[in-house]
Structure formats: structure tokens, C-alpha cells
Design a protein around this ligand. Structure first.
Ligand SMILES: *Cc1c(COP(=O)(O)O)cnc(C)c1O
Length: 378
């Protein structure tokens, strides 16, 4: 009987396996009866959230019997003024109608796929790229070209070559998860100017806040020039709001119109809207998060070096380390030590573990557990 329904499934869904999230802390506590658990598995903000957020949520809680503002006026207004303040030049200002809100930026990725892709359509993304690009394409039955990576990062020249007349969407992550690799402004500009203007370019900047290098291109600066560009941003990482699910796309008004046609009317909830406004207003917290992250990355890197492990240099709030052997048993052994990291065999990186940058005590606990586990496996 079950098979009868399976035969009726949308063909893209038949072969689909769900996204594998990082193991929640409570799950490991329940499974292994552990009390102290360190989770460095989902690239969350190790500092937590701005204290302003808790206050905003308390006020917002008084109105949870009402539907949220489906257009999230307050959040869009806050974003418009945030980008306005960052850019002296008029052409880089963001308008209200260029914003598409998402239930996390994953939602925006899905909106792009829903709006532009149908079964059989062609999309392009890189090997080792963020898993959601494959998921949203596959669910619809779109047929992606997965372009081999270059030194773990996106090979933009090869991605250009993979574009066919019928290609509809490109997905790029800068920096990419789980590799932590990024491309420079020069590389980006040489790339985007050659992309046909009828191909939608999704530039996923989930970790942009962490990068201070002046050669890093900010997608928002290119929107006035490229009406086919969608820049995806999130409040889940540097802003510390992963649980509330808020992200947004920035694009031309035309694309935002298309994305908003397929968006659920209340995809971002009331608490999330108010929390995001408060989080955006506390840039000191974001700066502090970035500073802690730089120190944490250094700590992890020197820990890996001390253990003789190689790693992919990262600019984000995570780093992928080569454990020199199949990583799945190491991942399991780390769980027994109360440390949750992320196996990335699904990304074609079976010898790597991706580790989120934690607070100093968390990084230390992870490095100690890793040392112990590697010793035991030697
Ligand atoms: C974490 C992440 C996101 C953000 O996901 P949300 O849905 O906003 O929580 C998007 N893209 C990449 C590459 C990520 O790693």
C-alpha cells in the first residue's frame, strides 16, 4: 500500500534525503546521559544574542495572539536605514521593495528555486557547496551541474563555462559552508560581468559579517548594476538568532516581486521580526562576536597544528579539519566525550569534520577531546 503513494510522489522528492542538521544538545544528553555537552556543529553564535533581543521579545510577546505584519514594515525599515547608513553613494541604497523576507535565508533559497525553476530546468553550483542548493533544486526536479571545486573553493571560471543557454539559476556561497573558502572582489567582478543577464545569480552571504578583508566583495554593492542578482543574508549566524528563523534576500525590485509571489504571507513571525530589529540595532554585539571569532579561529588553528592535522583556512565562524582517516568514527567518539561537531561526508569530504568556532572554553574542550579520541584511534 505504501508503494502506491510512493509512485505518485513528485519525481524530485522520490530520491530526496532530508537535510541533516547538527545534533541538538538535548538529544545527545538524552542519548548518552551526559550532562556537559559542547555543541560546535551548526555555526551558531557562541556569544549568544544581543541583550537587546530579549527585551524586544518580551514586548513583542504581548501581541502573539495577532497575526504578524506580513510585510514586516519595522524590519524592512530597519534594513533600509542600516544599508543607507553604510553607503554614501545613492545608487547603493536599498529600497523597501528590494527586500524579500525569509524564514531563515534557507527560505529565500527555496523561494528562488520555486519562482524560477521547474522540473528539468538547469541550475549550477559548486562541489562542496552548501547542501541546501542541491536540496531545493532536487525537490523541484531541476537538473544541476555541480562544478568541481578548485582548492576546496568555488571555481568561478569553471562555473561560467558550465552556463548553458537554458541555465536559469547559479548558486554561490561567499564564504562557502562547509569549506570556509571565499572569492575576492576582483574574481567576483570578472565573473558577474560575464554571466548572461537572464541567469539569476544567488550570492549567499550567510557569513559576510565575519570577514573584514577589504578584498571581500559585498553583494549589496552590485545590486544597482545587476538586476539578475539575489543576495541572501541571515540573522542566524553573527546576529545570533538561529532559533527564530529570519533571513532576507536583496535584489532588484523585479526579482523581489517574483519571490514575494511565492512567499508564504506570514513566513517571518512576530517575535522574529522584533528580535531582528533589535539585533540589527546592536552592531557592537556583532563586532564583539567577530572579535571572539577571530581569536577562536586562531585557537583552533594552532590546536590543529599541534596535532599535526591539516585544515582548510577559513574566514567564517567554522573551520573544516582533515582528521587523516574516515571522520565518521571520530565524530561518534567525540559525541561520547560530549562534543558535537559536524561530519561532512555528505559534502564529499569524508575525512573532514566541520567545527564551529566556540567560546575559548568550548574550543579548549573540543581540542582536548579531539586529542584524546585521535590517540585512541591511532
Ligand atoms: C547557515 C547558512 C545559511 C543560513 O541559514 P538560515 O536559514 O538563515 O538559518 C545560509 N547559507 C549558508 C551557506 C549557511 O551556512
Amino acid at each position: 500500500m505504501k508503494r502506491e503513494l510512493e509512485a505518485r510522489l513528485a519525481s524530485g522528492v522520490r530520491g530526496l534525503s532530508p537535510y541533516q542538521p547538527g545534533k541538538p544538545i538535548e538529544t545527545l544528553q538524552r542519548e548518552l546521559g551526559l550532562k556537559d555537552v559542547v555543541k560546535l556543529a551548526s555555526n551558531e553564535n557562541s556569544l549568544g544574542t544581543s541583550p537587546d533581543v530579549a527585551a524586544a521579545i518580551q514586548v513583542a510577546a504581548q501581541d502573539i495572539h495577532r497575526y504578524p505584519d506580513g510585510n514586516a514594515y519595522l524590519l524592512k525599515e530597519a534594513l533600509v536605514s542600516y544599508y543607507g547608513a553604510q553607503h554614501a553613494g545613492d545608487h547603493n541604497k536599498i529600497l523597501f521593495d528590494q527586500i524579500t523576507l525569509g524564514n531563515g535565508s534557507n527560505d529565500v533559497l527555496e523561494l528562488v528555486a520555486r519562482a524560477f525553476l521547474q522540473a528539468g530546468d538547469h541550475a549550477v553550483y559548486s562541489e562542496h557547496a552548501f547542501a541546501v542548493y542541491a536540496l531545493v533544486c532536487q525537490a523541484i526536479g531541476a537538473v544541476p551541474t555541480v562544478v568541481p571545486a578548485k582548492r576546496w573553493g568555488h571555481d568561478l571560471e569553471a562555473i561560467l563555462k558550465a552556463i548553458k543557454p537554458e541555465t536559469k539559476v547559479l548558486f554561490l556561497a561567499n564564504p562557502n559552508n562547509p569549506t570556509g573558502t571565499w572569492f575576492t572582489r576582483d574574481e567576483w567582478e570578472a565573473f558577474i560581468e560575464k554571466v548572461p543577464s537572464n541567469v539569476v545569480v544567488v550570492l549567499d552571504e550567510a557569513y559576510a559579517e565575519y570577514i573584514k578583508d577589504e578584498r571581500y566583495p559585498r553583494g549589496v554593492d552590485y545590486l544597482h548594476q545587476y538586476p539578475n542578482l539575489v543576495v541572501c543574508k541571515t540573522f542566524s549566524k553573527a546576529y545570533g538568532l538561529a532559533a527564530l528563523r529570519v533571513g532576507y534576500g536583496l535584489s532588484s525590485i523585479e526579482i523581489a516581486d517574483y519571490l514575494n509571489r511565492v512567499r508564504q504571507p506570514f513566513n517571518v513571525n512576530h517575535m522574529a521580526i522584533h528580535a531582528a530589529v533589535a539585533a540589527l540595532g546592536d552592531q557592537r554585539f556583532v563586532d564583539e562576536s567577530c572579535n571572539i571569532n577571530v581569536q577562536g579561529l586562531e585557537m583552533l588553528v594552532s590546536g590543529f597544528q599541534a596535532l599535526g592535522l591539516s585544515f582548510i583556512p577559513s574566514v567564517a565562524n567554522f573551520i573544516s579539519v582533515d582528521v587523516g582517516q574516515p571522520a565518521a568514527p571520530i565524530y561518534e567518539a567525540l559525541l561520547r566525550e560530549g562534543v558535537i561537531v559536524r561530519p561532512v561526508h555528505g559534502y564529499g569530504m569524508p575525512h573532514f569534520l566541520r567545527v564551529s568556532v566556540g567560546r575559548p572554553d568550548e574550543n579548549r574542550a573540543f581540542l582536548q577531546a579531539l586529542k584524546k579520541v585521535l590517540r585512541a584511534s591511532a
